[in-house]
Design a protein around this ligand. Structure first.
Ligand code: ATP
Ligand code: ZN
Length: 289
């Protein structure tokens, strides 16, 4: 489809899909339902979505079949494709970890020497072992890696872990982290985009930045005793110039400010201690920087 649209490859169905579509929605990009279609144009942005298996995304972007892609960094590293990471997206976070039988102990990395490790990520594991000067035997398995130890094929495994429940079911437990992953936006390293597409991409990245900033921030509103303003400004580090409004009760002030969402729960008790009341924390849709 030579319509001049920027072509974005995303996972068709899997753990990245919902988060990716949600990010695009927060960028105010509207997509019709895609069902079984491979290619869908956005309704209000010069963007075409190409739905693929996640494993194919780095290569398609490297070769210019798609202009950009959203995929797990684990897949990008494993495929060793010639792509740039343009932006870390902060979702679909997971860890590639060594898993060992519940009854084993692995006090230090050196204990991996001479062991056999089953994994679907031989390249990442090999890079990790080489960097740490360890020689293990790597067995590549494409799925259900966690059954390898009970089948006697491998001593240990190296696989993506989030809760560790799959490991537990197979009488394994988590050990060392080999790689920390999150979804990333990639572009081809060797191919250059046409001017028109570069403009669309920079617009898209601006929208992504604003959506990510908004997600990490909340709008805080509260009432405080007039004489605690100075203390409250100290409690909230990002509160350089809060909006302060007078209230009918002359002893009180209303304070509004944008704060980092993750800090809020750490400071709420301090705020209450100096007399803050009517505390409201509101999600922010976009922050335009
Ligand atoms: P496909 O059919 O597209 O090949 P898949 O089965 O290989 O899919 P998924 O299980 O959907 O892949 O995982 C896709 C990506 O999501 C992984 O490569 C990783 O980046 C991320 N991911 C994997 N496990 C988790 C998890 N437990 N929590 C969050 N993100 C994860
Ligand atoms: Zn896959």
């Amino acid at each position: 489809m030579a319509n001049g649209n920027l072509k974005l490859a995303i996972q068709k169905k899997g753990r990245l899909t919902d988060n990716t579509i949600e990010l695009l929605k927060r960028c105010n990009i509207e997509i019709d339902s895609y069902d079984e279609r491979l290619l869908v144009s956005a309704r209000n942005f010069k963007l075409d979505l190409l739905f693929l298996r996640d494993d194919d995304i780095p290569e398609y972007v490297q070769d210019g079949v798609a202009d950009i892609g959203i995929v797990g960094e684990n897949v990008v590293r494993e495929k060793k494709s010639d792509v740039n990471i343009k932006k870390r997206l902060g979702f679909s976070r997971c860890k590639l970890r060594i898993g060992i039988p519940e009854t084993d102990e692995l006090e230090d990395l050196g204990k991996l020497n001479g062991k056999t490790i089953a994994t679907s990520y031989p390249n990442i594991l090999n890079d990790f072992l080489t960097k740490n000067n360890i020689k293990s035997k790597i067995i590549e398995i494409s799925g259900s890696v966690e059954i390898a130890p009970s089948l006697g094929i491998a001593d240990y495994i190296c696989d993506l872990v989030s809760t560790g429940n799959t490991l537990k079911l197979n009488k394994l437990k988590k050990s060392f982290t080999v790689f920390d992953s999150e979804a990333v936006l990639i572009s081809s390293f060797k191919l250059e985009l046409e001017k028109e597409k570069i403009d669309v991409l920079s617009n898209l990245i601006k929208r992504i930045d604003s959506a990510l900033n908004a997600k990490n921030s909340k709008y805080l509103m509260m009432n405080i005793p007039k004489d605690s303003l100075e203390t409250i400004v100290k409690i909230i580090p990002s509160l350089k110039s809060p909006t302060i409004l007078p209230l009918a009760d002359e002893n009180l002030l209303a304070v509004h400010a944008v704060i980092p969402a993750d800090k809020f729960w750490q400071i709420i008790d301090d705020l209450k201690a100096v007399g803050a009341t009517g505390i409201l924390l509101i999600p922010i849709e976009n922050i335009i920087l």
